[in-house]
Design a protein around this ligand. Structure first.
Ligand code: AMP
Ligand code: ZN
Length: 507
C-alpha cells in the first residue's frame, strides 16, 4: 500500500484555513483550528476484536480514513491513534454480562489472546483490501492496564469515584453537581435515571447511572489483573480515555467513532477525563460517523444482517444478489456524506459499480490524453480544483467532491470526442486533480492497483529474476544462473527454459 506520511517539508496548504468540521459536541460546523498547528492529534475508537468485522464497521473506519487522508493532504502532521479493544467490552455494552472476548474464548476453547490475534489479523486484512490506511499508533487495552489503574486512582482522589466490594464505580451524580453530564449526547440526567433499570451488580452502585471503572473478576472470568482494589479488569470506557490522552495529551484535537458510541461510551469518556484531569474539555472536535443500515436497520452482528467483507466479495450471503469489489463498496460509501445514514441495497451497489467504472475509464483516458484543438474552449481546471477543495472543506463532503470529479469526467470525454480544446497545462491540471482527489484523498484505485496486484507484482519480480538469469547465462556466469534457479526452486518456484524464453510455475 502507498505510504501516506506527510513529507516533513510539505507546508500547510492555504486551503487548510477553510476546513470546517461538523462538531457533534457543539452541533455546529466549526472552522478547524487545531491546538498546535500544523500538528493534529486524532483518536478513533477501534474494533472489539471478538469476531470478524462487518461492513458497518468498515463504514466507520472509512469515514476516519477520509478525515486522516484529507488532513495529511492539507499538510497537517497527524498523529492518528486507533485502539484495539481486547478486554473490558461486555456483552450488552453495559457493566454486566460476560467479556465479549472471554466469552468467545470459552466457546471456542481458545486463549483470549488467540481470539484477539485472530480477529486483529482479520481486521487488518479488511482494512487493507478497502485501502483504509493504518493509524500512527494502534494501542491495545490490555497493554495499558497500569495506566488505567493510574487514571482510576486520580478519579478517586478527585472524589468522583468510589470502591465497592473490589469494584470501582464512577459517581455520576457527584460529577453532575459541577459538570454537564450529557452534554455530548444531549441526554438529561433525570431522564436517564427514570430509564435505568436495576441491573446486575446494581447493589454495589450508589446510583444506577454510575458506571464501572474497575470490576472485580469472578471465578469464571478469564482475563484479570491485580489492582489496589481486587483481581479484576478495567471498564470498557476507561481504555479510550487512557490511550487517547497518553499519546495525544490531555487536550487534543479530534475524537471519532460511530454514532452509536456517543452514549454511553463517549459521554463516559468525557466524564472520566474531566474527573481525572480537571474541567478543561479534552477534545476540541467530536466527529461521529453515521450507521450503515440494511432495510433501515443498523447493520450489526446480533441482527444477523451484518455480512463480512469476504461474503460481500464472493456474493455468498442471502442479502447479496452478486459479489461486489472492495472499491465498488468504498465508492458506494463515499457517495453518501458520513453524517447521514446509508442504506445498503443491491441496486445502490450496482449503480455504484457503474459509476465507479465511468470514473475509472475517464481517468485511464486522461493518462494518455494529448493536447488538442476542439470546437469549444478548454475546461476550467482551476475552477474544478477550487470546487473540489470547497467540497472537502465543507465537513469532508465526499458526495459533493464526487460530483466535481464527474464534471471533470465530462470534460475529459468531451476532449476525447474532439469537442473541447486542451493544452499540456490543462491535461497536467486534470491529472493532478485525479491524483490528489480520487487517489490520495478518496483512496480510489483501479481494482488492478489494489492488493490483488500482489500477483502482478510477483510476476514482475519473476520477470526481473529471469532477465538477470538470462544475462548471467549469456555471460557464461553459470554459478549465478544456477544460484537463481536453485534458490527459487527451494521456495517452490520452478523455472523452465523453453524456446520462447523462460516460464515458471508456483508449487
Ligand atoms: P465495535 O467493534 O462493535 O466496537 O465497533 C467498531 C466501530 O464500528 C464502532 O465505531 C462502531 O460505532 C462502528 N459500527 C458498528 N456498527 C456499525 C454500523 N452498522 N454502521 C457504521 N458503523 C458501525
Ligand atoms: Zn472508545
Amino acid at each position: 500500500m502507498d505510504s501516506h506520511s506527510t513529507p516533513a517539508d510539505r507546508p500547510l496548504s492555504p486551503f487548510a484555513e477553510g476546513l470546517h468540521i461538523g462538531n457533534s459536541l457543539s452541533r455546529e460546523k466549526e472552522r478547524f483550528a487545531p491546538y498546535n498547528p500544523p500538528y493534529v492529534g486524532m483518536y478513533v475508537c477501534g474494533p472489539t476484536v471478538y469476531s470478524n468485522v462487518h461492513l458497518g464497521n468498515v463504514r466507520t473506519f472509512l469515514t476516519f480514513d477520509i478525515v486522516y487522508r484529507y488532513l495529511l493532504h492539507l499538510g497537517f502532521k497527524v498523529r492518528y491513534v486507533r485502539n484495539i479493544t481486547d478486554v473490558g467490552h461486555l456483552t450488552g455494552d453495559t457493566d454486566d454480562g460476560e467479556d465479549k472476548i472471554g466469552k468467545k474464548a470459552r466457546l471456542e476453547n481458545l486463549e483470549p489472546m488467540e481470539v484477539v490475534q485472530r480477529y486483529t489479523n482479520d481486521f487488518h486484512d479488511v482494512m487493507r483490501i478497502f485501502r483504509i490506511l493504518p493509524p500512527s499508533i494502534e494501542p491495545t487495552a490490555t497493554g495499558h492496564i497500569v495506566e488505567q489503574i493510574g487514571m482510576i486512582e486520580n478519579i478517586i482522589d478527585n472524589g468522583f469515584a468510589y470502591e465497592a466490594n473490589g469494584s470501582v464505580y464512577f459517581d455520576v451524580r457527584k460529577y453532575a453537581e459541577t459538570h454537564d453530564y450529557g452534554a455530548l449526547s444531549g441526554r438529561k440526567i433525570d431522564e436517564l435515571q427514570n430509564q435505568s433499570r436495576a441491573l446486575d451488580g446494581q447493589d454495589e452502585k450508589r446510583d444506577p447511572l454510575d458506571f464501572a471503572l474497575w470490576k472485580k473478576a469472578d471465578s469464571s472470568h478469564l482475563m484479570h489483573w491485580p489492582s489496589p482494589w481486587s483481581e479484576g479488569f478495567p471498564g470498557w470506557h476507561l481504555e479510550c480515555s487512557v490511550m487517547s490522552t497518553k499519546y495525544l495529551g490531555k487536550s487534543f484535537d479530534i475524537h471519532g467513532g460511530g454514532m452509536d458510541l456517543k452514549f454511553p461510551h463517549h459521554e463516559c469518556e468525557i466524564a472520566q477525563n474531566k474527573g481525572a484531569h480537571g474541567p478543561e474539555s479534552p477534545v476540541r472536535y467530536w466527529i461521529h460517523g453515521n450507521m450503515l443500515t440494511v432495510n433501515g436497520r443498523k447493520m450489526s452482528k446480533s441482527e444477523g444482517n451484518g455480512f463480512t467483507p469476504e461474503e460481500l466479495i464472493t456474493g455468498n450471503h442471502k442479502l447479496l444478489e452478486k459479489g461486489y469489489s472492495p472499491m465498488t463498496v468504498r465508492f458506494f460509501m463515499l457517495q453518501g456524506h458520513y453524517a447521514g445514514t446509508l442504506d445498503f441495497s443491491n441496486p445502490a451497489l450496482q449503480a455504484a459499480e457503474k459509476g465507479l467504472e465511468r470514473l475509472m475509464t475517464a481517468w485511464d483516458l486522461l493518462k494518455s490524453l494529448a493536447p488538442s484543438d476542439g470546437t469549444d474552449g478548454p475546461p476550467d481546471v482551476d475552477a474544478l480544483r477550487t470546487r473540489a477543495y470547497a467540497a472537502m472543506n465543507d465537513d469532508f463532503n465526499t458526495p459533493m467532491l464526487i460530483a466535481v470529479l464527474y464534471d471533470a469526467v465530462k470534460a475529459i470525454n468531451s476532449v476525447a470526442a474532439g469537442h473541447l480544446s486542451i493544452d499540456a497545462a490543462g491535461i497536467a491540471g486534470l491529472q493532478a486533480l485525479f491524483a490528489d482527489f480520487a487517489d490520495d484523498i478518496l483512496g480510489l484505485a483501479s481494482e488492478n492497483d489494489g492488493p490483488s496486484n500482489t500477483e502482478d507484482r510477483s510476476d514482475g519480480l519473476m520477470e526481473v529474476l529471469c532477465a538477470l538469469r538470462a544475462e548471467a547465462k549469456t555471460k557464461k556466469d553459470w554459478a549465478t544462473a544456477d544460484l537463481i534457479r536453485d534458490r527459487l526452486s527451494a521456495m517452490g518456484v520452478n523455472i523452465k527454459d523453453g524456446k520462447d524464453g523462460t516460464s515458471w510455475t508456483f508449487d
